[in-house]
Design a binder for this molecule. Structure first.
Ligand SMILES: [Mn+2]
Length: 407
C-alpha cells in the first residue's frame, strides 16, 4: 500500500468534496440496537434497547454524534407488530430521526418452514403477500419511500422443490406487491447465496434479484448487501453493472470474513468498500449527479456495545466515501488511456491511503458534530445511563436476560 500522506487537492475540489459529504447520509437499522445473537445463543447487554422507543432514542444519539443518520430502517413485525402507529412517527421526530426503509418480516412465522412466497401452499404465499401489503401501509403512514425485501426462501436438499415453479410463484407475488406500491415508493430486492437454506436460496445472487425486480415492475431495484456474496466475488463490478443498468436500488453495508458475518463495515476489508465507493463516485463524476439511493447499514453487534459500534460504522463509511472522492479521476483516466496499469492502480491506492484528517474535521464542523464522534460518545455517559434505566425496566417488566438458548 502507498504510504499515508496528506492528500493534495485544489481548494475548489476540497470544497466540492466537503459539500458532497454534507449530502451523504446513511440509514441505520432499528435491529442494530436490540439484543441479537447467533444460532448458538445471545449475550445480553444492559444498555441494549428493549423496545422501539429505546431503538429510536439510540438512533437519535447516533445522529446527534455523527450528523449523518437521519433515518432508521425498521422491521415490520418487530417494530410495528400491530400495523402502522402514528405515535411511532412522532416518537422518531422527538429523537431527531425519521422512519426509513420498511422491511417486511417473512421468515420467522412457523408457516414459513418451507418458504414464504415460494411456498407450495397458496395460503402461505397469500399470507406473505398480505404482510408485505401491510408493510406498504406502514411505509405510507411513516412517509417512507423504500420497501426492502429479503426472503429466507430456499431448499436444504436436492430434490426438495421445483426450482422453476418456485421462481414463478415468487414473481407472481412480487408483481402483486409492486402493483400496490404508491408511485413514490421503491421496492428493493435483496439476495443471498445461502442461509437459512443450505442447498439453494431462491433469491441467490444479483442476477436473480435483477430478474425478479425486472418482472415485478419499474420501481423494483436490486439491493446489494455487501456480506451476501460468496468468497472472492467482485462486488464493485456488480455495483458498476447495476448502476449502468439503472438497477441499483440501495445498499446494506457490513463486512464479512467467512459468510454473512454482519461485522462492522471496513473491519475486515476496508479497501473493498473503497473500491465499491469508487464506482459510485466515478458515476457521479461522469454525470454530475448524486447517486441518490438509500445507503443502509445491516449489522448485528453481538459483542460490541451497540451504539458505539454504530457510530464507529458510520464514521468508517464517511471516511471511506471521502477517500473515494479524493481519487484523482483525471490522472486515472490518463493512466488508463496509456494502459499504464501501475500508475492507474497507484491513483486508487494513494487515495485509499490518503490522510484526510483535515477534510474530515471541516465536514464534521459543518455538520455541527464532534471532530471525533466515537470518543465524544464514549465520554458522554449515555451508555451507562441507558444501562441503568433499561436494567431497571427489564426487572419491572419481568424480562429475564442471561442464560443461553438456541436462538
Ligand atoms: Mn441485509
Amino acid at each position: 500500500m502507498a504510504a499515508s500522506r496528506k492528500v493534495r487537492l485544489s481548494s475548489r475540489r476540497e470544497n466540492e468534496i466537503v459539500r458532497r459529504m454534507l449530502r451523504f447520509k446513511v440509514e441505520i437499522p432499528s435491529w442494530g440496537f436490540a439484543d441479537t445473537g447467533t444460532r448458538f445463543g445471545k449475550f445480553y447487554q444492559d444498555a441494549a434497547a428493549i423496545d422501539l422507543s429505546d431503538k429510536l432514542a439510540d438512533a437519535g444519539v447516533v445522529h446527534k454524534f455523527t450528523g449523518m443518520t437521519p433515518a432508521v430502517a425498521v422491521h415490520a413485525l418487530w417494530d410495528f407488530p400491530n400495523g402502522f402507529d402514528a405515535g411511532v412517527v412522532k416518537l422518531a421526530k422527538k429523537h431527531g430521526v425519521r422512519i426509513g426503509a420498511v422491511n417486511p418480516t417473512v421468515f420467522e412465522d412457523q408457516c414459513y418452514k418451507f418458504g414464504s412466497i415460494c411456498n407450495r401452499d397458496p395460503a402461505v404465499r397469500r399470507h406473505a403477500v398480505k404482510h408485505m401489503l401491510d408493510s406498504i401501509a406502514i411505509a405510507k403512514g411513516a412517509g417512507s419511500k423504500s420497501l426492502s425485501l429479503w426472503f429466507g426462501d430456499g431448499a436444504n436438499y436436492p430434490g426438495q422443490g421445483d426450482i422453476r415453479q418456485r421462481k414463478r410463484w415468487a414473481t407472481a407475488a412480487l408483481r402483486k406487491v409492486h402493483a400496490a406500491m404508491p408511485a413514490s415508493m421503491t421496492m428493493l430486492v435483496e439476495y443471498k447465496p445461502f442461509e437459512p437454506a443450505s442447498y439453494f436460496s431462491d433469491f441467490f445472487d444479483w442476477g436473480s434479484s435483477y430478474i425478479f425486480a425486472k418482472a415485478a415492475g419499474p420501481r423494483a431495484k436490486v439491493l446489494v448487501d455487501t456480506g451476501h456474496h460468496l468468497p472472492g466475488c467482485n462486488i464493485e463490478q456488480i455495483v458498476a453493472w447495476l448502476i449502468d443498468e439503472r438497477m441499483l436500488g440501495g445498499f446494506h453495508f457490513n463486512d464479512r470474513k467467512y459468510a454473512d458475518d454482519d461485522l462492522t463495515l471496513g473491519s475486515i476489508d476496508p479497501y473493498q468498500i473503497f473500491r465499491i465507493f469508487n464506482e459510485i463516485v466515478a458515476w457521479e463524476h461522469e454525470t454530475g449527479k448524486d447517486l441518490n439511493i438509500p445507503y443502509m447499514i445491516d449489522q448485528a453487534h453481538n459483542i460490541k456495545p451497540k451504539v458505539q459500534a454504530m457510530i464507529q460504522t458510520v464514521c468508517r463509511v464517511q471516511e471511506i466515501f471521502c477517500k473515494a472522492l479524493c481519487v484523482d479521476r483525471a490522472a486515472l483516466a490518463a493512466a488508463q488511456a496509456k494502459e499504464d496499469t501501475v500508475a492507474a492502480e497507484e491513483v486508487l491506492q494513494s487515495a485509499f491511503a490518503a490522510d484526510i484528517t483535515d477534510i474530515l474535521r471541516q465536514i464534521r464542523k459543518r455538520l455541527s458534530v464532534p471532530s471525533d464522534p466515537l470518543s465524544a460518545f464514549r465520554k458522554s455517559g449515555y451508555e451507562a445511563a441507558a444501562a441503568k434505566d433499561r436494567q431497571k425496566r427489564r426487572k419491572e417488566m419481568g424480562i429475564v436476560s442471561g442464560g443461553g438458548g438456541y436462538a
